[in-house]
Design a binder for this molecule. Sequence first.
Ligand code: PEP
Length: 247
Amino acid sequence: MSRRPILAANWKMHLLRADAEAFCEALTAEPDHPGVDVVIFPAAPLLGTVARGLEGSAVALGGQDVHPAAAGAHTGDVSAPQLLDAGCTWALCGHSERRRDHGEDDALVAEKAAACRAHGLIPLVCVGETLEERHDGRTFEVLSRQLGAILDAELDTFELAYEPVWAIGTGEVATPEVAQGAHDFLRGELRDRLGGARADTTRILYGGSAKPGNVDALFQGDDIDGFLVGGASLDSNQFSAMIGSLR
Ligand code: PEP
């Protein structure tokens, strides 16, 4: 089953408007990126700048987080309708930095993903084990629990990012075998719960210190459909090189 490759940039709490403008100008010098879906997840204050910068290109925009409610008294939060209004078609749900910094649990992540679907955004749901959980031999138990909450929400569609917490921002990338093993496990869970057709079409991105020097080897994995990239996505040259690897 061939799934369309996807490369996503998670800018986290980095960059200012001028940086974002320069990045978009470089990225959209080639507006189409044929054969690859490209998504940028900037910090909320940059959404307008990036939406303008990507106009006329095939590159999509996403929010780094989304509140389960459509509107309300939730200071500092952003709703799915607001993301849509800003030009987003995607939202990250359950990134490990939000699970860590904001105590987001599996149930809340599932509510966020459901809010995305209620308003037409594609949730990119992040799952992944900590180093301690991996050392304890609990990787698959953790992945099963995190994905299970999403599956229980019975969403009509979502995409997944496997992001081992020990590989995020550490420079320590999972080996192709470790990454493929986790992706294969996740695809198996999708198959068991959703059937073969959904399992075959749901993309599973790898995230964790992905960069131009390692994506070629990782992308050999049958179940690795693309990458969610933090650090290396801040440099348009590195990011464009990774798009080239997915073609
Ligand atoms: C991420 O933040 O989703 C990520 C994968 O970061 P990095 O590429 O820097 O490890």
